[in-house]
Design a protein around this ligand. Structure first.
Ligand code: C5J
Length: 227
């Protein structure tokens, strides 16, 4: 049974039979003090602060046995999936593949590439390593979701204006309906988060919808738990 979630630019009709939660790039190197994000000069406490909201979302979906998908921005150790144009973009000495405080930066299997322990994937949850900012590029994700009949994505993660927005735009172009949960996404730059959300919901939801966590919790409590 579909449930109605108060959202912007207008209510979102969520069909749990065809929906999944997507948690984007909540990996230690972006979130934890001493990681890649921090070394770049960012205030990671903004990102650390959303962990409880993302955990609440995970509980909501897990509690209803709804599908959960995690992504990581991760490259192969030989960097064969990292175009030079991406690798050369960073500051010298802090590039993808270089040794950072938590192992090689954005390389699969390194400690910093792991999802923060508070949000660790459970057995059976999908984990997608993506070499790009968007979650569909070079991942086969569209085929995986299509096979499962998933057409709606509830979105959380970081950073709002980079991997989250890129992934939502990719999803939108492939026909998915996306609902971004505002307290469960963050940016190192508050004004970028605010602008990204405005861009997403502008023009009648040109990229998707956004909602408060409480609105989703209320909708679940009203129509699923007792439904
Ligand atoms: C960035 C991301 N910001 N997950 N990655 O490089 O948004």
């Amino acid at each position: 049974m579909a449930i109605t979630v108060e959202a912007r630019p207008y209510p979102f009709t969520l069909d749990p039979a065809h929906a999944a939660l997507v948690v984007i790039d909540m990996q230690r190197d972006f979130i934890e003090p001493g990681g890649f994000g921090a070394v770049l000069g960012n205030d990671v406490s903004r990102l650390t602060a959303i962990i409880p909201s993302v955990a609440a979302l995970l509980s909501l979906f897990r509690g209803q046995n709804l599908p959960v998908l995690h992504t990581r921005e991760a490259h192969r150790p030989d960097l064969s999936d990292c175009p030079p144009a991406k690798r050369l973009r960073g500051a010298p000495g802090l590039r993808i593949g270089d040794e950072g405080a938590m192992g090689r930066i954005l390389v699969a299997g390194e400690p910093g590439n792991a999802i923060v322990p508070e949000l660790a994937p459970l057995t059976g949850e999908m984990v997608i390593d993506k070499p790009g900012k968007g979650m569909f590029w070079a991942t086969g994700l569209h085929e995986i979701l299509s096979e499962k009949g998933i057409t709606q994505l509830v979105i959380a993660g970081v950073t709002t204006e980079v991997c989250v927005q890129t992934s939502m735009r990719e999803a939108n172009d492939r026909g998915y309906e996306c609902l971004l949960i505002e307290e469960a996404t963050e940016s190192y730059f508050p004004e970028f988060k605010a602008s990204a959300i405005e861009m997403i919901v502008a023009q009648g939801g040109i990229v998707g919808w956004s909602a408060r966590l409480a609105a989703l919790e209320t909708a679940f409590a009203r129509e699923l738990v007792h439904g």
